[in-house]
Write a protein that binds this ligand. Structure first.
Ligand code: NDP
Length: 457
């Protein structure tokens, strides 16, 4: 039997070893999910909601242990793990309050004995393949609305967040969701590949562009729903009328939170030349004040890099930038071993010939580029294949809205960054993805409309 060993990225210690799924067990579980889905869809919505309410209560009750589980397998500092679990509660509440309205059958015409209705039926059996960086968020953004809408879910968490994936499934089972309706598959990319071979009605993926492209190819000729939440190279522009110190503190958090391993981390900063020096000085001071170290200590902010190979990507981006004329103001090197550490890094004198300003870094590293006009800033913000988020810092709302209207991104921010709301759709333009989660549409996306033409006589 093959196994998956999970190591703590903070210190390299073995956390645990799990038996993995294989092609045969994935097929068996997919068949069982198919058989169980109709009964789950026929279960009253109130009962399905009550399962999710119980799940929410378990998350609250077990929060400390769940946070530690996530911290030990991903390296996320424990205060950030708690933040994620607390943030999840608001998402659950949103889904619970909105789902009735999203699933209610709509009568769109009724006259002369003829009635037209739209029913919102579940897709059926859906696959959720997801990332490790916010495993509760990216897992539950799909699992919870999918279950509420009456689907069965085959969930393949990242191999770097498998204990958390198993905890999500266990708490849902304890809350009353049948074992075959919520299935967590254990293993790496090959288990994800096996899952895509099954008879499924939708694939909801969160992860890198490269894997997203492989998944799109794998299901391309199957005519099933495909959603891809992929990477980004999210820009922010700080205008000449912004407060440079306030903007620097806010954006240092946006760039370094979760050790820069967020899909919507601030990855490129453009600062107007008038306030550039003051901004950079405060930015570097803020980054240098961030506490790194023991991930289980409540005041640690910077953790390790979850996936060891990413350190080489960060090193290569720094080397490429320096070779092309960038200046390193802090960081830029590996931290102590054991563990996957990389020091928070700030580079200036950067430009778009550098990988640092073009390709997702997914780590605690940022390039800050000086600009001389709004037009130049907008041109640079749009000079990317991605389009997840973008932001502007200025006290002038009209200016921010005028500029952000020209920026190609699924989410735009005025005087804030790295923010996700359950009430708003989360979607990417360009290579940042396809489809959406969250908002009411993020519930409806797990349904398909069925049109009813009803003549009374
Ligand atoms: P990966 O693309 O490496 O992996 C994502 C998932 O796909 C994992 O569960 C992985 O399994 C699985 N997988 C890998 N290969 C295959 C395959 N051939 N077929 C099926 N499944 C496969 O991404 P990461 O987990 O490293 O996540 C980081 C990326 O996710 C970043 O690019 C980030 O921007 C993006 N992201 C996007 C978000 C968004 O909302 N737009 C949110 C969060 C992250 P395993 O890991 O076990 O190999």
């Amino acid at each position: 039997m093959s196994t998956l060993s999970i190591f703590n990225p903070a210190n390299g210690q073995l956390v645990n070893t799990l038996p993995t799924d294989d092609a045969a067990s994935v097929a068996d579980k997919a068949t069982a999910a198919r058989a169980a889905q109709a009964a789950w869809a026929a279960t009253p919505l109130a009962t399905r909601k009550s399962c999710i309410e119980k799940f929410r209560a378990s998350v609250v009750q077990d929060m400390d242990a769940l946070a530690l589980t996530m911290t030990r397998e991903t390296g996320k500092p424990v205060q950030l793990s708690r933040n994620e679990l607390n943030g999840l509660l608001g998402r659950i509440d949103f889904f619970l309050t909105q789902v009735d309205g999203c699933l209610a059958t709509e009568t769109v015409m009724s006259e002369g004995g003829m009635t037209e209705q739209i029913e919102h039926i579940p897709l059926g059996v859906v696959a959720n393949i997801s990332a490790w960086n916010y495993p509760w968020f990216v897992g539950c953004n799909v699992i919870l609305p999918a279950l509420l809408a009456g689907n069965a879910v085959l969930y393949k968490p990242s191999e770097y967040a498998t204990n958390t994936g198993l905890a999500i499934a266990r708490l849902l089972h304890q809350a009353g969701v049948p074992q075959d309706v919520m299935v967590c598959l254990v293993g790496g990319g090959e288990v994800g590949q096996a899952l895509l071979q099954q008879r499924i009605d939708g694939v909801f993926f969160t992860g890198s562009v490269a894997t997203g492209a492989r998944i799109a190819q794998a299901v391309g000729n199957r005519f099933i729903k495909l959603q891809l939440e992929l990477g980004g190279k999210d820009p922010t522009y700080v205008c000449d009328d912004a407060n440079p110190e306030n903007a620097a503190e806010s954006l240092a958090d946006g760039a370094m939170y979760n050790t820069g391993q967020s899909c919507c981390s601030v990855e490129r900063i453009y600062v107007h030349e008038k306030i550039y020096d003051a901004f950079v000085a405060r930015f570097v001071a803020t980054v240098n004040g961030m506490k790194s170290g023991d991930t289980e200590s409540a005041d640690t902010y910077i953790g390790p890099i979850t996936r060891a190979p990413q350190i080489a990507v960060l090193e290569a981006q720094v080397a490429d930038a320096l070779a092309k004329g960038a200046k390193l103001l802090t960081g830029g090197k590996r931290g102590p071993t054991p563990g996957n550490w990389f020091s928070p890094t700030v580079l200036v004198n950067v430009n778009h010939s550098m990988e640092l300003m073009r390709e997702e870094s997914f780590g605690p590293i940022i390039g800050i580029q000086k600009v001389s006009s709004d037009a130049q800033a907008v041109q640079l913000m749009n000079d990317t294949r991605y389009g997840l988020t973008a932001g502007i810092y200025t006290p002038d709302q009209a200016r921010a809205q005028r500029l952000l209207a020209q920026v190609n991104a699924g989410t735009v921010y005025w005087n804030c960054c790295d923010r996700v709301s359950p009430r708003l759709p989360w979607s990417g333009h360009g290579d940042s993805g396809l489809g959406l989660t969250m908002s009411r549409e993020g519930i409806s996306t797990f349904t398909r409309p069925k049109a009813w033409h009803l003549r009374s006589a």
